[in-house]
Design a binder for this molecule. Structure first.
Ligand SMILES: [Fe+2]
Ligand SMILES: [Fe+2]
Length: 208
């Protein structure tokens, strides 16, 4: 799957529509500064969206689904969008992508959550007057997005927006693995082969 200019336009449009001026400014600087890599980066080395443009596809899905949930539950849509865009930003440093995807030195040593929270803190610090409370809410979304300590987050989600982000992040990654596993299963049976990471077989959709 190759990077798609329509996906970039959609992301830029969502950022331009952000109401909170601080969040909009921060996200605009993310797009400006990291745009070239964001357009082509994979979201992972193997687990999900592990191809060029995979990270952008993942971000856009979270932006779309997160926007719907923010409206349904009456939470701050700007924070949810910011979480969608910022939560895996550390993957730009964690992964090297030059044809093949590899872990960088800092990726191995620090991981994308630590790298990402540093990037968000640094970018907020460059915007004069950026509110500390808002910066911490955004940093919290980055560090809690794996949802549990056992899954690599040092703290669990403590805001509604962070909880929504961690839930849809897991949902999107897992659904992506479902779809791929079904698509790549070459067996004849009704069920797929065992998926070692998901620890289950899957029932193939009818009619496919
Ligand atoms: Fe992550
Ligand atoms: Fe993610």
């Amino acid at each position: 799957m190759s990077p798609n200019p329509e996906m970039w336009d959609e992301l830029s449009g969502r950022v331009a529509a952000v109401q909170n001026p601080w969040i909009r400014q921060l996200l605009e600087s993310v797009l400006q500064r990291h745009g070239e890599r964001l357009k082509v980066w994979p979201a992972a080395m193997m687990v999900h969206h592990a191809y060029a443009g995979g990270l952008l596809e993942h971000i856009l899905k979270l932006a779309e689904v997160g926007g719907g949930l923010a409206a349904s539950y009456g939470v701050d849509p700007d924070l949810v969008l910011a979480g969608a865009i910022l939560h895996d930003l550390g993957k730009l440093e964690e992964l090297g992508h030059d044809g093949a995807t590899t872990y960088s030195r800092s990726g191995n040593l620090l991981g994308h959550i630590t790298l990402g929270v540093k990037m968000v803190g640094e970018m907020a610090a460059e915007i004069a007057g950026f509110p500390d409370d808002l910066r911490e809410r955004l940093e919290h979304m980055v560090v809690s997005h794996h949802g549990a300590r056992a899954l690599g987050s040092p703290v669990e989600p403590m805001t509604e927006e962070a909880l929504i982000l961690s839930a849809i992040d897991d949902l999107d990654a897992t659904l992506h693995q479902f779809k791929r596993h079904v698509r790549e299963d070459s067996g004849e049976g009704e069920f797929t082969a065992y998926h070692t990471r998901l620890r289950r077989v899957l029932l193939k959709p009818s009619g496919r």
